[in-house]
Design a protein around this ligand. Structure first.
Ligand code: HXC
Length: 286
């Protein structure tokens, strides 16, 4: 789908890139010629991932930094250390935190646990990179991983929905503010992509797992991680530089399915539709 040297000479930071979707996106960038930096809270996990990816791509470099992005000074130090070995050309804000809970049961600390990662941490990382790019007059691309709840909200994940909506607005605001510096910001709003971490926190009752999404998704399935990785590579590429300030859903149209007045009719059979047509046409004749 892509030129294998698409990202030759590029260096991207992927937050939370040691596991899950962050790892999958990072591996795609490396496969297309990029060097990557991954950061997260668990050094061992990052190291293991970096080793495995470099073993498959011995000519590429995957660097690791142990950091908690909720701590602004730690983010600043990490970005300093990254820049000491060379500048970045892009950032993927993938690190997140989430769990389902009734909102009335959330303590202020529970709200902060999510908001500090998603809203604050994403801002700290984006601004730490952005100010260096601006000072160096370096073109760059920022991609944030959101969810379709940024448009609709969602019950039981209110801190995440609020925080990710904030990152969507950051994407639009900075796309305008930083566009003149050659820095563009976009975001992807994925629907359900099963990863170990997300599923453990968001589907604890294991309700039919993937089957649960068959009836609720126009494509009748959950997302394939490779589809997200392809979208991320597309948006990070210089070939689509004119895309700036966009939040693009990748969910099989699940997010807009409930909005159509007639969406519930998806379950009707051809026979149902034949009867409906006859009934409507007989009404027309009278
Ligand atoms: C209610 C909870 C809770 C739960 C924690 N808390 N879990 N409250 N229900 N299930 C409360 C605690 O009681 C405490 O408040 C406060 O939150 C902080 O808890 P800690 O355990 O001290 O927090 P911490 O160790 O910082 O852990 C952060 C975390 C954790 C977010 C809670 O889950 C984490 O580190 N997650 C990172 C990875 C992750 O979540 N990945 C999934 C992302 S998926 P009190 O008041 O009691 O002290 C995603 C999008 C998916 O984002 C989209 C799918 C469509």
């Amino acid at each position: 789908m892509f030129r294998t040297d698409l990202f030759k000479g590029k260096r991207f930071l992927v937050t939370g890139g040691g596991t899950g979707l962050g790892r999958i996106m990072m591996e795609k960038f490396v496969e297309l010629g990029a060097d990557c930096v991954i950061c997260g809270r668990r050094g061992g996990v990052l190291e293991e991932t970096a080793k495995a990816v470099m073993a498959r791509h011995p000519d590429r470099r995957v660097e690791t930094h142990t950091v908690d992005i909720r701590v602004a000074t730690a983010v600043e130090e990490m970005v300093d250390r990254i820049w000491a070995t060379g500048p970045l050309d892009g950032l993927v804000n993938n690190a997140a935190g989430n769990f389902i809970s009734q909102t009335k049961d959330l303590s202020p600390r529970a709200f902060d646990a999510i908001a500090n990662i998603v809203l604050h941490g994403t801002f700290y990382t984006t601004n730490a990179c952005g100010k260096r790019w601006i000072a160096e007059k370096r073109k760059a691309s920022v991609l944030s991983i959101l969810t379709t709840w940024v448009w609709t909200g969602s019950p039981f994940v209110v801190p995440s929905a609020m925080s990710k909506a904030g990152v969507a607005v950051m994407t639009q605001s900075l796309a305008v503010e930083w566009g003149r510096h050659g820095i563009r910001l976009n975001a992807i709003a994925p629907g359900p992509f099963p990863t170990e971490g997300a599923w453990a926190r968001l589907n604890p009752m294991k309700e039919g797992d993937d089957d649960r999404y068959k009836a609720r998704n126009p494509l009748g399935r959950v997302g394939r991680p490779s589809e997200l990785a392809n979208m991320a590579a597309f948006l990070m590429s210089d070939e689509v530089e004119y895309i700036n300030g966009e939040v693009i859903a990748i969910d099989g149209a699940m997010g807009i399915m409930g909005n159509g007045t007639f969406s519930s009719m998806m379950a009707y059979s051809d026979d149902d539709w034949r009867r409906i047509r006859e009934q409507i046409q007989s009404t027309n004749a009278t």
